[in-house]
Design a protein around this ligand. Structure first.
Ligand SMILES: Nc1ncnc2c1ncn2[C@@H]1O[C@H](COP(=O)(O)OP(=O)(O)OP(=O)(O)O)[C@@H](O)[C@H]1O
Length: 549
């Protein structure tokens, strides 16, 4: 990515009032440049006074004032730059996460899960490798111009000679490491994502790893992935350091040569003294600044891969943060008309030519062999997927993309493998509800048959369930997911094999709870393989290879 595109990315990510703050930063930087210029001028005046043998008190005071002011401005620049960079970085990280949350269901399912996690790393990397250096470099450049202007005003040939040779040194050392920097930057992008993917795999497959005796293999694979990442980081930082070392060591030689040349001119060492002092001070101030500019340029040039990923993520649609719409009225029916659905990249449709009517208050079972399209059909009814052909109608109104969020407010869902958060039972049931209604939670607990467990636990609803609900049994996790769905007063309840882990007694309890819900007008769509679950349904809809059987 070119530094110019990076710059555009930064401007787009600036926080509220960011442009104004960028303006303040620019003004402070220009003031900093002027003070650097004034500092050099005051030094030269001071030395000339000394050499002339005149009173140097006034010049000395001026020099001290300029030095203090230049220091103060540098401190202000440091604070302003860090603030703006970290605010922008924070905004960027939040913006990336919002885009991940804004993804629709098919995009989410198709994406590599490590992607969103790595995106946070990318944003951090981008902050430290591009944004902060770029802001610092812009400031350093202006200060450097101030110092250079001072040196030119004092002794143009000497300043030009020193600046010319130093610039050549910078350019040559950068050309030397350019290829290495780019390669290392590309490897970094892949390395972060692969490392996160490996950790996720370890967490998800721990049982398989233990039983298969494969933990050693997993550790070795992780070592190789992380070693590649460490190599890439080492190469990147080493290559970034090369120009600094070259310029610092050869820069001293250049300054010595200029001093030798100046001393040989008319007037000898005494006449050259002010210029030499200014060159010395100028170099002491200038070299670190030029290093900063150079390092920033290298960081920008070498982290192109990371910036490309950031830019791609930021180009995705942002999340609509307006409050959710009121629920779409659902009085009579859900109708599927000639619905076909094809997953991206698949030749065969998962569902084809489906005509189905679900009346309000009905309990319908979806049955059929594995892969016959039951979950896909349920996802279409819930508006998580849009038909490739045909339409879904709610009370006769086609379910458009715009209406989907309002329709989804009517839907409660219990998935095949429920997500359980590492928090309390209460927070899991009233998931994302900022002010949980304990009475409704207790009702849901009772309906889902979790009341015995809650009564047994010393902390009751305040019991923590562990990461991914590991402190619960499989059946208890399913009942927890059921309680979460029942907590939402939704007129459509979709159960995707939601009782597969329940013992017959618990299943019977859930069935009687479903009877109660149906009596209150809830429409229930359940995916089931067991006859016991189908028994209480008004109808069983059978699918075979994506078609109604
Ligand atoms: N995200 C996806 N991308 C591509 N193909 C998919 C995706 N999800 C499901 N499929 C395919 O669509 C078909 C129907 O899958 P679906 O999950 O709807 O079946 P199912 O009847 O619910 O199966 P099961 O009883 O095993 O849960 C299968 O062939 C499956 O491989």
């Amino acid at each position: 990515m070119s530094p110019l595109r990076s710059l555009r990315l930064i401007v787009a990510a600036l926080p509220d009032g960011g442009r104004r703050r960028l303006g303040v930063l620019a003004l402070a930087t220009i003031a900093g440049g002027l003070f650097e210029f004034a500092l050099l001028a005051a030094l030269v005046m001071l030395i000339r006074r000394w050499l002339d043998g005149g009173g140097a008190e006034g010049a000395a005071l001026l020099f001290v004032a300029a030095a203090l002011a230049a220091g103060a401005i540098r401190f202000a620049l440091l604070v302003l730059t860090q603030r703006l960079a970290f605010d922008t970085g924070h905004r960027l990280i939040v913006a990336v996460q919002r885009r991940v949350l804004a993804r629709d269901w098919p995009t989410h399912v198709a994406a590599r899960t490590s992607g969103p996690l790595a995106a946070i790393d990318f944003a951090e990397q981008w902050l430290f490798s591009a944004l902060l250096p770029l802001l610092q470099a812009a400031g350093a450049l202006v200060l450097a111009v101030g110092i250079l202007a001072g040196l030119l005003w004092l002794d143009a040939p000497a300043a030009l000679a020193a600046a010319g040779v130093l610039s050549l040194l910078f350019v040559a050392s950068n050309l030397l490491v350019r290829g290495r920097l780019r390669r290392a930057g590309d490897e970094l992008g892949d390395g972060f994502e692969n490392r996160i993917a490996a950790v996720q795999e370890h967490v998800g497959a721990m049982r398989e790893l233990i039983l298969g005796g494969a933990r050693g293999q997993a550790a070795e694979r992780f070592r190789r992935i992380d070693a590649r990442l460490a190599d890439a980081r080492t190469a990147l930082l080493t290559a970034q350091g090369v120009p600094r070392i070259l310029v610092e060591s050869l820069g001293l030689v250049v300054l010595a040569l200029v001093a030798w040349w100046l001393a040989g001119r008319e007037g000898g060492l005494a006449a050259a003294l002010p210029t030499l002092a200014a060159l010395g001070l100028g170099a002491q101030r200038l070299l670190p600044l030029l290093q900063q500019v150079n390092q920033s340029y290298n960081a920008l040039a070498s982290t192109g891969a990371i910036q490309e990923r950031m830019a791609a993520l930021l180009a995705e649609p942002d999340l609509d943060l307006s409050p959710p719409p009121p629920a779409l009225p659902f009085a009579t029916e859900i109708r599927l008309e000639d619905v076909t659905f094809r997953y991206p990249g698949r030749d065969e449709p998962a569902l084809a030519g489906i005509d189905l009517l679900i009346r309000r208050g009905e309990r319908i079972a979806l049955a059929g062999p594995n892969g016959s399209g039951k979950s896909t059909l349920a996802d279409l009814v819930m508006g998580l997927l849009q038909p490739s052909h045909g339409q879904v109608l709610i009370d006769g109104t086609p379910l458009s993309r715009d209406l989907t969020p309002a329709w989804q407010r009517n839907v409660a869902h219990v998935p095949q493998s429920p997500f359980v958060a590492d928090t309390t039972l209460l927070a899991n049931i009233a998931f994302m509800d900022p002010s949980p209604d304990t009475r409704r939670v207790l009702d849901a607990v009772r309906l889902a048959g979790l009341d015995e467990l809650v009564a047994m636990l010393p902390d009751g609803l305040a019991t923590r369930v562990g990461d991914r609900g590991q402190l619960l049994s499989g059946g208890q996790r399913q009942r927890l997911a059921l309680a979460r769905a029942l907590y939402r007063p939704a007129p459509l309840l979709v159960l995707d094999e939601a009782t597969s882990a329940l013992d017959p007694g618990s299943e019977a309890h859930v069935l009687s709870a479903l009877d109660g819900l149906q009596e209150r007008g809830t429409t229930i769509l359940l995916i089931a393989h067991r006859d016991t679950m189908m028994a209480g349904c008004d109808r069983v809809v059978r699918l075979k290879s994506g078609r109604l059987a």
